[in-house]
Design a protein around this ligand. Structure first.
Ligand code: CDP
Length: 209
């Protein structure tokens, strides 16, 4: 069973993906980390504007060496969204994601284009969203726990900017697949989101027989 979870920045898809994978005993890939790692490499080597260098960094990516803690910063989210708009970078990461999805028993993948491009035949597709203000508030709380100088306004501005770039790019834009189920978590907590997602998955499983 392949479960595809897509949605905009800070919609809670990562937390949900991890939770679902744990519950079902499936491997989980947060595909945002791949783009963040490419962005981190380009920032460190001063090649963020260089399309060929970012595609090379994507081809050379060592998935086993990804460090989620160091990759989940605001600056790397922004750098990730810059390199993720390039078809050359996306193409270099397709096979790796499809191999992950094709593991025996299945997998849970979350990102922006899992249901539309990476796994169009996924068993279940969820499109997780929430209002920009709710997403900014969640991301702000995460950041404020580590950084006393974090600002809600700056986080909200970043969310608007990334939403616009991710949705308007030509290459695999953030888009709900026609057969994805929309899950608006604006008024839902983590437990309620998990319960709603599980109900959608069980229904799809029952339909698939
Ligand atoms: O956690 P958050 O939603 O802030 O970001 P993320 O999922 O780690 O993704 C960071 C950036 O990578 C996004 O803004 C997208 O531009 C890009 N991305 C993508 O294009 N395709 C994916 N499958 C995953 C992430």
């Amino acid at each position: 069973m392949i479960i595809a979870i897509d949605g905009p920045a800070a919609s809670g898809k990562g937390t949900l993906g991890k939770r679902i994978a744990g519950h079902l005993g499936l491997p989980h890939l947060d595909t945002g980390l791949l783009y963040r790692a490419v962005g981190a490499h380009c920032l460190a080597s001063g090649t963020l504007d260089d399309i060929a260098a970012s595609a090379e960094a994507a081809r050379a990516l060592d998935v086993s060496a990804l460090d989620p803690e160091s990759l989940r910063t605001g600056a790397l989210g922004e750098a990730a969204s810059v390199v993720a708009a390039r078809p050359e970078v996306r193409a270099a990461l397709v096979d790796l994601q499809r191999r992950f999805a094709a593991q025996p028993g299945g997998a849970v993948l979350d990102g922006r284009d899992i249901g539309t491009v990476i796994c169009p035949d996924a068993t279940v597709k969820l499109f997780v969203t929430a209002s920009p203000e709710v997403r900014a508030d969640r991301r702000f709380r995460e950041l404020a726990a580590r950084d006393p100088l974090a600002s809600y306004e700056a986080v909200l501005a970043d969310i608007h900017k990334r939403d616009a770039r991710d949705s308007n790019r030509a290459a695999a834009p953030l888009l709900k697949a026609d057969d994805a189920v929309l899950l608006d978590t604006s008024a839902l907590g983590i437990e309620e989101t998990f319960a709603a997602a599980l109900a959608i998955i069980e229904a799809a499983r029952a339909r698939a027989g």
